[in-house]
Design a binder for this molecule. Sequence first.
Ligand code: UD1
Length: 416
Amino acid sequence: MSKDRLIIKGGKPLFGDVKISGAKNAVLPLISMSLLFEKSFTLENVPDLADTRLMIKLINALGIMTKFYNGVIDFHGEPQNIEAPKELVSKMRASFLILAPLLSKKHNAIIPMPGGCEIGERPINYHIEALQRLGAETSFQNGFLKATLPNGKFYGNIIKFPQVSVGATECAVMAATLATGKTLIYNAAKEPEIVDLGNCLNLAGAKIKGLGTDVIEIDGVSKLNPVTYSVIPDRIEAGSFAIIASITQGEINLLNLNPNDLNTFFEKLKQTNVNIEVYNDTVKVKGVSKINSVNVQTEPHPGFPTDLQAQFMSLMCVANGKSIIEENIFENRFMHVPELRKMKASIKINGNVATVNGLKQLQAAFVKATDLRASMSLIAASLNANGESVVSDLSHLKRGYENFEEKLFNIGADIR
Ligand code: UD1
């Protein structure tokens, strides 16, 4: 049997504690940001994920030395090369995050077009336009982006994003940090991972205001000082385990998270009738036998996160009645639907709207993970299903969930 699949015997309530790991979507920009430092920088609470290791390899290829041990990364040195290796960039879309800091330090960068989850077109025009506003010149040649800073520096300016973009906001923040003058970013993304990036930069001496609001204001500084910084907990991992508690009618204590980062999600989960008790950095989620159907629409933060849409849909597959799930961030993020249908889920799709008719219990099936969050939705569905399911192509899951087999095993999941 391939190691790349999980065999799950469902229909059993899961109980216990799950310690939430550091956030994948926070650690990737933070690793890219190491390119901005002069000497050293240390990150703590780093999740050991395929994507983390890929991002480390990428900055190693650019000349930064690292040591990764027990959830800590020590970074040393400055970038030496300007070209990112295609074999690394093509595996992960977030590798594009190196562009702004690399350009800031080396004034030139050559980056192949990124890869990653197949959840839609995922263009990078906002990243490029933001860098151009700060003085970069760019051109595309044979699948590579070539960028240069003709004056050897970024210059502060006004950037207005036509649409909220997490990655492009991070790109603009990193470019503006060491720029000459003031940058104003309008229609900035407000995700906790962006606040985390900004908090780390500020600790190191950057001057960034307005984090977590629509407008971010950055006064450029000449250099960053060495710091040690701890990555925030992964709100998407926490939300995924909350769904697992709910869909198995179990009881799970989520430990070590920032509950406020998931306000909208927990609000929706409460409406399904699931019992939620929020403490400082712990949330107790207790499933119930009758789940109410609830409609959700994905939106930029603080709205319902697109990264929890697939998992929430699995729960709605066993809710009482009809729910409507609208995906507003990515145009191709229903790839879990054909797989959930193999488990007898009743889901109709019309454009970006899925209508789910709940049933009592899902049926075990052989299903294929198609992207990172879809794989967690299939695992949640399999944990509910009657019989033994196989979830194949687990490599997606390993990109974003640390020790997921061990965590599932510890709460009593029957998995092989
Ligand atoms: C990040 C997250 C991802 C999450 C997404 C939305 C990381 C590593 N990934 O992805 O998990 O699902 O935010 O919360 O943090 N867009 C453009 N042009 C651009 C950039 C984006 O048109 O240059 C569009 C995208 O196609 C999408 C929307 O903007 O429709 C939002 O995407 P964005 O917020 O940029 O997502 P990512 O940063 O790629």
